[in-house]
Design a protein around this ligand. Structure first.
Ligand code: K1U
Ligand code: ZN
Length: 167
């Protein structure tokens, strides 16, 4: 397994649209293992392949306290939504920034698992928030884009300054 580098906002690579995975093979399973190690080390409760500069439709989520309930979604699609709820979100690609986003409250998602088998799952609460946040990454969207232009500009400047300071 390997720790992967997480791309930070406002890097333009975060706006690439990820491509569907045609075959779930050992190369994809190695990427899943490396992303899982990277997510747990960060630590985070989700990670999209886009964030590690791999532009394929793969997301991981683990919202458990014990960090032993990894959920793998390959080619995820939201096929139904209902309600609306507000939740505070964070992002490993936007370190130190947390803000409230409004999204559908309950979702039904269809995907392939790490053996390439199709499945469907209902989600609500934090799991629904996290799955939607990660699928946004695959579509090139970062959660700060739900915030006002003014907030986005402040966040962009803050992260560019942080990046200059660590160089
Ligand atoms: O996509 C990402 O960068 C991962 C992100 C997922 C997420 C969190 C909260 C709301 C929506 C999506 C994170 O994991 S940020 C870190 C975080 O929230 C966390 C880290 C450790 C323990 C608990 C939460
Ligand atoms: Zn994120």
């Amino acid at each position: 397994m390997a720790l992967l580098k997480i791309v930070h906002y406002p890097d333009p690579r975060l706006h690439k649209v990820a491509q569907p995975i045609a075959t779930v093979d050992d190369e994809i399973r190695t990427l899943v293992a490396d992303m899982a190690e990277t997510m747990y080390a960060a630590p985070g409760i989700g990670l999209a392949a886009t964030q590690v500069d791999r532009h394929v439709r793969l997301i991981l989520v683990d919202i458990s306290e014990s960090k032993d309930a990894l959920q793998v979604f390959i080619n995820p699609e939201i096929i139904a939504t209902s309600g609306q709820s507000e939740h505070e979100e964070g992002c490993l690609s936007v370190p130190g920034i947390y803000d409230t986003v409004t999204r559908p409250e309950r979702i039904r998602v269809r995907a392939l698992d790490s053996r390439g088998q199709p499945f469907e799952r209902e989600a609500d609460g934090l799991l629904a928030v996290c799955i939607q946040h990660e699928i946004d990454h695959l579509d090139g969207k970062v959660f700060v884009e739900y915030l006002s232009r003014l907030k986005q500009e402040r966040i962009r400047k803050k992260l560019l300054k942080q990046a200059r300071e660590v160089m």
